[in-house]
Design a protein around this ligand. Sequence first.
Ligand code: PEP
Length: 254
Amino acid sequence: MRKKIVAGNWKMNKTLEEAHALVAELTGMVADEVKTPTEVVVCVPFPYLLPIKNQLGAGARVKVGAQNCSEHEWGAYTGETSATMLASAGIPYVILGHSERRQYFGENSSLLVKKIDRALGQKLTPIFCCGEPLEVREKGTHEGLVKQQVEEALFHLSAEVIQKVVIAYEPVWAIGTGKTASSQQAQDMHAVIRQHLAGKFGPSVAQDISILYGGSVKADNAKELFAQPDVDGGLVGGASLKSREFVEIVKGVA
Ligand code: PEP
């Protein structure tokens, strides 16, 4: 179902003590200041999932998510965490296909299909990331590449199941660089993605899918980005590590 979502991707940051302190600040600010029904998610490192979920409590306004899961379900895969494990721990979201996973851990579309299927099979909501590197943007072939990433990872799903996926468009050149896509660049690509989904699954299904923007979202650019008709919120890295900045970003959703 299409909804407004702002998800923080903490990556490999914070001690457990710092994580608890950040979540305590965040939940207070969200409760006091966020007047919209925007879904707020924090995607934290694996060891913090349960402590943070427990800190948030049942029926919490802020939800917790993982940053990855295995393509396998069980077994001799040392160091891996499966979607089944996440689901059994009550974790509702998982980021999949982040550009750092693609770049540093060699994740490709055929692997991501398996991870997406595992996550959906356990009723987790995947936040599927796509986006082009700088050289592709400079060549002008970015739309084709992003359409291909979406197609390869998601077009095997049924029209019913695709609606359970959240897509995050994250141009690689904007991640952690301080260079944000302009609101027009974001809107243009989000419209391309939605049109591509419409071509495969039909326009009403495409209208029902949340597409988030990620890449150096900050308090001072969130409002304009989130005001675009096809931008349904954001996936936020660095700025999600500071409670005040992150809450201001959440408040950028109208
Ligand atoms: C991200 O890693 O998903 C991200 C968008 O990072 P940043 O906001 O720091 O660019």
